[in-house]
Write a protein that binds this ligand. Structure first.
Ligand SMILES: *Cc1c(COP(=O)(O)O)cnc(C)c1O
Length: 388
């Protein structure tokens, strides 16, 4: 079945006597028992599929995990309490039995860079950063970590080619697919071993739940579940329900996000106050060939970044204060349009010299284009950009 259909049906409607619920209930029970103690013993031994304790497995989590694995073409999945919890356990899984060395894209999400520096390096893991769009070889390491689309400049690395080099080097590949989503790109089909997602963003999509997903191949799945039973980063059943509910409309929403972002990018490109637009659908995008090869036809994501001519922090702040509908808040992928100032939020901790090297300037803002009427998004941008 196609992804739009699987988003609605996968995971749900498990047969449970006396009738089959059309959607998965919220199972709040912390533990489970059976009439037959031998059966509970087999469930604990994992020789029989079943539920014993909710940190190990829970029917609400199980349904969401089946759905996530289906969307990302994986063997199995783990639902985590946040995107960061998902990234952390995916990294730990990848390093199990491999050299304790991570090759990471230098254009990663800010908190992911913090996890590498503040969690993994103090544990003795070596971290090396590289420009994944220019990577010529994968050195000896345990794991390669990258994002489908970088934040906020929206660069797209050749995941398929990097995965091939990583396989030859014996390293596991983890791709953070939060910005692209499985509607646009499915990294597992391009050779990734694990995909992580902040489901907080497009998948859940309504700005009302914090959730993370790890989708894994068969080779890493048992280690992932073993570490999860030990660490216990699991998502609560209510959040599983919200995430699953959100995912049912995610392909539909995502198509509209993409359509609106395309219109906004074209409009911004022609605006006299706009110096430069960063958008993966731009034919002049530095990774245009990779995008054409890896992305679903016609879908280029809902993110657009742009620079305002001659603006500094003051002018950007005043412009953002003039927004009447667009929400000037952090996060992305919600139904409403949001504008973020990377210098203040995502890249606040990055030293100025490093920021310059990354190409993140003082006049840069990032838009997560929502699913409102495009006319209203453009009108709000027009007003905010025109008064000085
Ligand atoms: C938001 C985000 C995360 C972290 O997810 P949380 O759900 O906030 O923990 C990780 N990676 C990317 C690309 C994100 O946008």
């Amino acid at each position: 079945m196609r992804i739009e259909t699987r988003a609605i049906h996968a995971g749900d409607r498990k047969k449970a006597p006396p009738a089959v619920p059309v959607t998965t209930p919220i199972y709040t029970a912390a533990s489970y028992f059976y009439d037959d103690m031998e059966q509970l013993d087999r469930v604990f031994a994992r020789t029989e599929q079943g539920f014993s304790y909710s940190r190990y497995d829970n029917p609400s989590n199980h349904a969401l995990e089946e759905l996530a694995a289906s969307l990302e073409s994986g063997h199995g999945a783990l639902a985590c309490a946040s995107g960061m919890a998902a990234i952390q356990i995916a990294l730990a899984t990848a390093l199990e039995g491999r050299p304790k060395r991570i090759l990471a894209s230098y254009a990663l999400y800010g908190a992911t860079i913090s996890v590498l520096h503040k969690v993994f390096e103090p544990l003795g893991v070596e971290v090396e950063f590289a420009d994944m769009c220019e990577l010529a070889a994968v050195p000896s390491c345990g794991c390669v970590l990258m994002e489908t689309m970088s934040n906020p400049l929206l660069r797209v690395p050749p995941i398929d080619r990097i995965a091939e080099m990583a396989r030859a080097a014996g390293a596991a590949v983890i791709v953070d697919n939060t910005f692209a989503t499985p509607l646009l790109v499915r990294p597992m089909e391009l050779g990734a071993n694990m995909v992580v997602e902040s489901a907080t963003k497009y998948l859940a999509g309504h700005g009302d739940v914090l959730a993370g997903l790890v989708v894994s191949d068969a080779a890493h799945y048992d280690t992932l579940r073993m570490l999860s039973r030990a660490y216990g980063p699991v998502l609560g059943p209510f959040e599983c329900y919200l995430t699953m509910r959100g995912i049912k409309t995610f392909p539909l929403r995502m198509e509209r996000h993409c359509e609106n972002a395309c219109r906004v990018a074209e409009w911004l490109k022609r605006h006299p106050r706009v110096e430069r637009v960063y958008y993966p659908g731009d034919p002049q995008h530095p990774d245009a060939a990779t995008i054409e090869r890896l992305f679903a036809p016609g879908l280029r994501g809902g993110m657009v970044s742009f620079e305002i001519k001659g603006a500094g922090r003051e002018e950007v702040f005043r412009m953002m204060e003039r927004l009447a509908m667009i929400v000037p808040a952090t996060s992305l992928g919600d139904v409403h349009t949001m504008m973020l100032y990377p210098m203040m939020s995502s890249h606040r901790e990055v030293p100025p010299a490093e920021r310059d090297r990354m190409g993140i300037r003082e006049n840069l803002v990032r838009l997560s284009v929502g699913i409102e009427a495009a006319e209203d998004i453009l009108a709000d941008l027009a007003t905010a950009l025109e008064n000085r």
